[in-house]
Design a protein around this ligand. Structure first.
Ligand SMILES: Cc1cc2nc3c(=O)[nH]c(=O)nc-3n(C[C@H](O)[C@H](O)[C@H](O)COP(=O)(O)OP(=O)(O)OC[C@H]3O[C@@H](n4cnc5c(N)ncnc54)[C@H](O)[C@@H]3O)c2cc1C
Length: 553
């Protein structure tokens, strides 16, 4: 008989609350919910690809967590006495992407996923402990690249698309680059997959050849399953902080709520390494974790969540809305909250992504100011946001340069701000320049500036580059249906004026309601928004209140 997997492997230390041991009291509470039973070495507790697996607490013995069980048998970890198994997918009902196999005989407490979910809404102590552990485990698995495999070429656009889709959905995955990894080619041969069919996504026994994002989502169980109702009370388009807040409030207040997102739940905030200014998190919280928590919360209240689902059009019939999706389907709702956010414009530069968060920033708050204290700083952009950032950052930085492509600031920045910049005297304004290259190893060290008239290039030492070149809202799909400002952000409440009020028959739109009755706009997509996580969350929750009022009219 072969030796059980994970023999001689030590248990991982409890990093960030990922692997706590339960106390006698906590285990007693779990024992009351499930059954306690003996297990023998080699017994499989759950397998890769299995949905809705049970929750296990180890009373005695040891369990090995394995990737590719029965094939490459990669041991991810071994857990022993009083630890518990599972990860975020146990709560969302998505398939497991690792297997759990008993290494040492012992006794386990087994609790069904449904009973665990019920317990978590009642037992605050266990709820905090288990949620914390599941989320830390997800981060660890993302770091170590456990989970599904993606095989492809680093030069392939589709490979990049699939990897980005997995990353935005916080799905741990193991990237195998055909250009650098000999095992990648061997694996493709073994599966009988030609290089022209890559990228390939491998999850357990399932192999997807150059799949669409929707196929990946279906295989890995992102979002809710099954068909939605023919008509919802509330359709939320966009699941960033604003949309997720609306989903939590909508679903918890009894509205039949459906949320759709084109890419991933969490929005822009989930791409932020650390959000330092969100109320209630004194040491900051990663955007990914904030999103994960909000998703679980929205689901717990019964919100239906669908990804990827891109809204491409809107129609209004008999007082309800049909949101048309890119795949040809439609979602119908009595009311709609648009929370599609805005895309901060990025510089088109090679390797920009590598420096984002490591010297390239899109906000100039106290946090960034601390990061670049005493450093040479550069700001790109000629608008008020760039000017304000320059004023603020120049108080902290060693040197501060403001770079614009045009001749002067007069055409894009308010006069008072230009005067303040002049008076401050600490800010160097470089006109008719553009950045052509970012330089540095692990973080930004310098930029290459070009004068487009002469082509002359200068290298300047810069440790922090702030980009304020505007944001464009995701509102293409609403053109012709709702009133927008000159930059295509949605007008709401009192800002809706004149002809745009026609649909209200002498009434006025509620706060956050657009020129179309029952269609609300919240977060970054709405004209004049603050562009902060907290304000997006605030508006998302407020809009639900107004949805109730509109439904009651
Ligand atoms: C790198 C970075 C760091 C940041 N850090 C901070 C910070 O520390 N503190 C802070 O307060 N703010 C921060 N911000 C700003 C903050 O993230 C945004 O203000 C906030 O995310 C706005 O939320 P939202 O829900 O309105 O929009 P978004 O977060 O942009 O979400 C919009 C969602 O809509 C989806 N969507 C778009 N079009 C469609 C469509 N047609 N159909 C379906 N779905 C669609 C998108 O996929 C996205 O998920 C940061 C932003 C960035 C980019």
């Amino acid at each position: 008989m072969s030796e059980p997997l994970g023999q001689g492997v030590e248990e991982p230390i409890d990093r960030n609350g990922a692997f706590p041991r339960l106390t006698d009291d906590q285990r007693a509470r779990l024992r009351m919910l499930g059954q306690t039973r003996a297990v023998a070495p080699g017994e499989v507790l759950f397998r890769e690809g299995e949905s809705g697996y049970d929750f296990f607490v180890i009373e005695s013995g040891a369990v090995t967590i394995v990737e590719g069980y029965g094939q490459e048998n990669r041991v991810v970890a071994v857990h022993g006495r009083h630890r518990f198994l599972g990860e975020v997918n146990l709560l969302t009902g998505s398939p497991a992407y690792l297997s759990a196999v008993v290494r040492d005989a012992g006794e386990l407490i087994q609790v069904s996923a449904a009973s665990l979910r019920a317990l978590l809404s009642e037992d605050e102590e266990l709820s905090n402990l288990i949620l914390r552990a599941f989320m830390s485990r997800r981060s660890i698995l993302i770091d170590i690249g456990a989970g599904v495999k993606v095989v492809g070429s680093r030069y392939s656009r589709d490979a990049r698309r699939v990897r980005e889709f997995l990353a935005r959905n916080r799905m741990p995955h193991h990237w195998m680059d055909l250009e650098a990894d000999e095992e990648a080619e061997a694996l493709l041969c073994a599966l009988g997959v030609g290089a022209c069919e890559t990228p390939v996504v491998i999850a357990g026994r399932d192999v997807l050849r150059n799949p669409s994002n929707a196929e990946v989502a279906k295989l890995l169980g992102f979002g809710s399953r099954g068909a939605g109702p023919p008509m919802c009370d509330l359709v939320i388009v966009g699941a960033g902080p604003a949309g997720l807040a609306a989903a939590v409030y909508g679903a918890s207040e009894g509205l039949d709520t459906q949320v759709i997102d084109a890419v991933a739940f969490g929005g822009q905030a989930s791409t932020s390494a650390r959000i330092e200014n969100y109320l209630g998190f004194p040491t900051g919280i990663s955007g990914g974790e904030l999103a994960e928590r909000a998703i679980l919360q929205a689901r717990r209240f019964g919100a239906r969540m669908v990804v990827p689902a891109r809204a491409v059009g809107l129609t209004r019939n008999d007082g309800h809305y049909a949101v048309q999706l890119a795949d040809g389907e439609a979602v119908n709702g009595r009311t709609v909250i648009v929370a599609t956010g805005a895309q901060y414009r990025r510089l088109e530069l090679p390797e920009l992504e590598r420096f984002e968060g490591f010297g390239v920033y899109y906000a100039a708050t106290q946090t960034e100011a601390q990061l670049c204290a005493g450093d040479p700083v550069m700001i790109v952009g000629g608008g008020n946001s760039a000017g304000q950032a320059a004023m603020f950052l120049s108080q902290h930085a060693d040197s501060c340069r403001l770079v614009i492509r045009g001749d002067d600031l007069g055409s894009s920045m308010s006069r008072y701000l230009i005067d303040e910049l002049d008076r401050a005297g600490r800010i160097d304004i470089l006109t008719q320049r553009q950045i052509t290259e970012l330089k540095g190893d692990s973080s930004l060290e310098a930029v290459l500036l070009e004068d487009p008239r002469s082509g002359a290039q200068t290298e300047i030492e810069v440790r922090a580059l702030f980009v304020f070149i505007g944001a464009s809202p995701h509102t293409d799909w609403l053109r012709g249906h709702v009133a927008m400002d000159e930059h295509c952000f949605l007008l709401t409440g009192r800002d809706v004026q004149g002809q745009d009020l026609a649909a209200y028959d002498g009434e006025r739109p509620f706060l956050l309601e657009t020129s179309a009755p029952g269609l609300f706009a919240v977060g970054d997509v709405h004209s004049g928004s603050i562009k902060r996580v907290a304000s997006a969350v605030g508006e998302g929750s407020m809009a639900v209140r107004l949805v109730h009022q509109r439904l009651a009219v």
